[in-house]
Design a protein around this ligand. Structure first.
Ligand code: FES
Ligand code: FES
Length: 203
């Protein structure tokens, strides 16, 4: 199957039902897009497809042929994406950085669709989870880009961005799922290694 990613054509070997995230990271080595929950909950895996934000962990590659896929590696080649990255730097948004490629994707997709989003539109679009709690800085950066006056991040914080109880619950739920997922993967690896060991002992 042919995929168009960051304005390059790639011939990929994966099965049609493989999630886009696996192809991007494992087959093509574009590791800026992250795996968080694998359940379309956290947004760490966000990429843009035809300018709209998409959770790549639950998006099979079938249906992606002929679409324009953009990952964080090429975001500064997009005029809006470049402005978002500049604002992220200006407001010193990232902490550990793990969620930030997804956050930048969400902000870029929003600002490509609506040049000057309202508070409500920003709140509706910027729903990705951040375990470091950079919500205030993200809000300051997006409000700045939207031309909504911000005196400083803490002022915005007091107005808009305290994570709601719902968001916090989602964060805890996603973290729990992620930990469970990591445990499952570790168990599979352990079983595989035990199996190879046993086969090695037999031969
Ligand atoms: S990894 Fe895709 S939404 Fe969390
Ligand atoms: S900056 Fe660490 S998870 Fe968001």
């Amino acid at each position: 199957m042919k995929l168009q990613i960051n304005d390059k054509a790639y011939e990929v070997q994966a099965d049609a039902d493989t999630p886009l995230l696996w192809v991007i990271r494992d087959e093509l080595g574009l590791t800026g897009t992250k795996y968080g929950c694998g359940l379309a909950q956290c947004g760490a895996c966000s990429v843009m497809v035809d300018g709209a934000v998409v959770r790549s962990c639950v998006t099979p590659i079938e249906g992606m042929a002929g679409r324009k896929i953009t990952t964080i590696e090429a975001i500064t080649e997009d005029d809006v994406g470049k402005k978002v990255v500049d604002a992220w730097v200006k407001h010193q948004v990232p902490q550990c950085g793990y969620c930030q490629s997804g956050q930048v994707m969400a902000a870029t997709a929003l600002l490509k669709q609506v040049k000057q989003p309202t508070n409500e539109q920003i709140a509706a679009a910027m729903v990705n989870l951040c375990r470091c709690g950079t919500y205030n800085a993200i809000s300051a950066a997006v409000h700045d880009l939207a031309g909504i006056a911000v005196a400083h991040s803490s002022a915005v914080a007091s107005q808009t961005v305290k994570p709601t109880e719902h968001t916090l619950n989602k964060t805890v739920a996603a973290a729990t799922v992620a930990v469970a997922g990591i445990g499952t993967v570790a168990a599979i690896h352990w079983k595989k290694s035990q199996k190879s060991k046993a086969e090695g002992d037999e031969s």
